[in-house]
Design a protein around this ligand. Structure first.
Ligand code: NAD
Ligand code: UDP
Ligand code: UDP
Length: 343
């Protein structure tokens, strides 16, 4: 059984995808919506390595075929170009529902579409789960806490969200998706799981994603100044993608509904992050200050005690360990891009 994540690199997952010899496990059919995206494609790699059948549903808004191409030709893998806003008929055991742009740049591009994806897309996937008796996992977000008045954020915190702001299509969309998930659980007995994901980075993020880690890394490689928005004193907590995928799978396989915060509690200001990127990529990189975007949360840091206790999960990869894994992937892709331009 191959356990690599494609392209000959295992992106820090180690051998955890291997099935221990002698332990029989029912082979499942699993759908991953948004499976051609950043997080989804890493999850698909792990499910394929475990020996399951995987169906990816994606409309390729921010996802790319290149992220899952290494599974083409494997009879356990299917890729369907489909928009989750439209209904779909499938027979599966589990649904990982990730379809939704995650970067502010992408989700603000067509805000009404973002709301439709979160509300109608989630409704369709819950309708599917109800019809076929599948277990459903929603990838919600730390953005449901808005610009938080509690720090760090526990799952019991109800949030501080602007309902009419430019981020609301995403924040309120995900809040409604959580509500739908709980209502299908209470009303139709669908088995559900809710993850609240905090900022995650790693290989395969879109180069033009617009999020801070991908921006800084691409800028440092391209010898451009690192663009710090505002005074750079706002904080975020950055989780490496392999840790997140471990958490999502532990949540799906476990007995607890959630919601669970899945994030790395290490907290950095954007200026500190810029320093770590400089150390990792190019110590001569410079910093340029730009005006901040509207409704930008001042701080964000997960309290992960609930996931530690009930899922036996915690992140293992620090920013200093994870960043180089992302940098080598970005270097290769930026190099290919530059070569492509020269032709
Ligand atoms: P991404 O943009 O790389 O992936 C999203 C995928 O969903 C893409 O492949 C995209 O093409 C697909 N998609 C979007 N709209 C769709 C639609 N209507 N129908 C079908 N496919 C559609 O983002 P990601 O970082 O991989 O995020 C995955 C999930 O995790 C999202 O639901 C996001 O909200 C959540 N999340 C991510 C982060 C993070 O830091 N990466 C943080 C919080 C929550
Ligand atoms: N749905 C789907 N696939 C299915 C079952 C349902 O896409 O296998 C969609 C269905 O079209 C509807 C949504 O899920 O838009 C909610 O379905 P549900 O049966 O819960 O509600 P209803 O169809 O009664 O409104
Ligand atoms: N940010 C920045 N420079 C950039 C992109 C983002 O300083 O090039 C800041 C942004 O203002 C925010 C933080 O980085 O305070 C995280 O932004 P991101 O878009 O990555 O994710 P968010 O947590 O806001 O969804």
């Amino acid at each position: 059984i191959s356990t690599t994540s494609g392209g000959g690199s295992n992106f820090g997952f180690g051998k955890t995808g291997r099935i221990p010899v002698g332990i029989a496990r029912k082979r499942m059919r699993i759908v991953v919506t948004g499976g051609a995206g950043f997080v989804g494609s890493h999850l698909v790699d792990r499910l394929m390595a475990r020996g399951d059948d995987v169906i990816v549903i994606d409309n390729f808004f921010t996802g790319r075929k290149e992220n899952v191409m290494h599974h083409f030709g494997n009879p356990r893998f299917e890729l369907i170009r489909h928009d989750v806003v439209e209904p779909i008929l499938l027979e599966v055991d589990q649904i990982y529902h990730l379809a939704c742009p995650a970067s502010p740049v992408h989700y603000k591009f067509n805000p009404v579409k973002t709301i439709k994806t979160n509300v109608m897309g989630t409704l369709n996937m819950l309708g599917l789960a109800k019809r076929i008796g599948a277990r459903f996992l929603l990838t919600s977000t730390s953005e449901v806490y808005g610009d938080p008045l509690e720090h760090p954020q526990k799952e019991t915190y109800w949030g501080h969200v602007n309902p009419i702001g430019v981020r609301s299509c995403y924040d309120e969309g995900k809040r409604t998706a959580e509500t739908l998930t709980m209502d299908y659980h209470r009303g139709a007995e669908v088995e559900v799981r809710i993850a609240r994901i905090f900022n995650t980075y790693g290989p395969r993020m879109c180069l033009d994603d617009g999020r801070v880690v991908s921006n800084f890394v691409a800028q440092a490689i391209r010898k451009q100044p690192l663009t710090v928005y505002g005074d750079g004193k706002q904080t975020r907590s950055f989780q490496y993608v392999a840790d997140l995928v471990n958490g999502l799978m532990a949540l799906m396989e476990g007995e607890h509904i959630g919601p669970f915060n899945l994030g790395n509690p290490g907290e950095f200001t954007m200026l500190e992050l810029a320093e770590v990127v400089k150390e990792t990529v190019d110590s001569s990189a410079t910093i340029e200050f730009h005006e901040n975007t509207a409704d930008d949360p001042h701080k964000r840091k997960p309290d992960i005690s609930k996931a530690k206790e009930l899922l036996n999960w915690e992140p293992k990869i620090s920013l200093k360990q994870g960043l180089p894994l992302m940098v080598s992937d970005f270097r290769n892709r930026i190099l290919n891009e530059d070569e492509g331009k020269g032709q």
